[in-house]
Design a protein around this ligand. Structure first.
Ligand code: ADP
Ligand code: MG
Length: 240
């Protein structure tokens, strides 16, 4: 579903990604971990061309996303993206945030969009908050609305960039639960997170990044055995 082939990314003189390769198969969940500045955000931002790359290729469903003829707006509808925070339009209600894309980008009628939006809100446990404004929702609820909004667009892939790291601790669980449910439903996902419990439970594979490269990768069960890399062990020790 997603393939990184020798991806190089430079910010001016600074190389942020160095020959990153890897695959995310349909229905798979890959979790990216690693210290701050290691290139995790940059890597997933390449998938929707939020970052252009200087070397290598990124393929989504077999198509090189840099090739001519790729409709970037359609690509961004097919690849949902949930960021750390500030996802929602503050002047629109929860349901308004969700129906906007459906009516404006999908040309869906208002009634149908509303029905779809309510179904997605129900999926993340927020049916009763449909009319609430983001400012009156908790951080965890806002992130769940952001997830519902992405899902309403019928994405083939969902990308998460530290969706719980700005939340108060008591709200982390409800967002991770929504992500776990999504993973169980067969969604293809790349998640950047420091939540190692989530990674162990949900990831098909964990990629450990440092200095713009994937230094180690393996199944969660291999984390402490074949994952012998001392940098990874140090990182895991620092997050647990
Ligand atoms: P992570 O998400 O793992 O914390 P990032 O992908 O955000 O790391 O950043 C990787 C490297 O690229 C860092 O050194 C960061 O400072 C740099 N970087 C990220 N975005 C930009 C940018 N827009 N301009 C310049 N440098 C950037
Ligand atoms: Mg980041």
């Amino acid at each position: 579903m997603i393939r990184f082939e020798n991806v190089d990314k430079w910010f001016g003189p600074m190389q942020a990604l160095t020959g990153v390769s890897g695959e995310v198969g349909r229905g798979e969940v890959k979790v990216l971990v690693g210290p701050s500045g290691s290139g995790k955000s940059t890597l997933i931002r390449t998938v929707t061309r939020l970052e252009t790359i200087q070397g290598g290729r990124v393929l989504v469903d077999g198509t090189d996303i840099a090739s001519r003829g790729v409709d970037i707006n359609r690509l961004r509808q097919r690849v949902g993206f949930v960021f750390q925070a500030y996802n929602l339009f503050p002047h629109l209600s929860a349901i308004g945030n969700i129906t906007l894309g459906l009516t404006k980008l999908r040309g869906m009628g208002k009634a149908e969009a509303r029905e779809r939006g309510l179904a997605e809100l129900a999926r993340v446990g927020l049916a009763e908050k449909a009319e609430e404004m983001p400012g009156r929702l908790s951080g965890g609820q806002r992130q769940r609305v952001a997830i519902a909004r992405s899902l309403a667009m019928d994405p083939q892939v969902m990308l998460f960039d530290e969706p719980t790291s700005a939340l108060d601790p008591e709200m982390v669980g409800e967002v991770l639960a929504a992500m776990k449910q999504l993973a169980a439903s067969g969604m293809t996902m790349i998640c950047v997170t420091h939540e190692m419990g989530f990674a162990r439970e949900v990831a098909d594979e964990i990629w450990f990044m440092e200095g713009g490269a994937v230094l180690e990768r393996g199944k969660p069960a291999e984390l402490t055995s074949t994952f012998a890399h001392s940098r990874l062990q140090a990182f895991l020790a620092s997050t647990s």
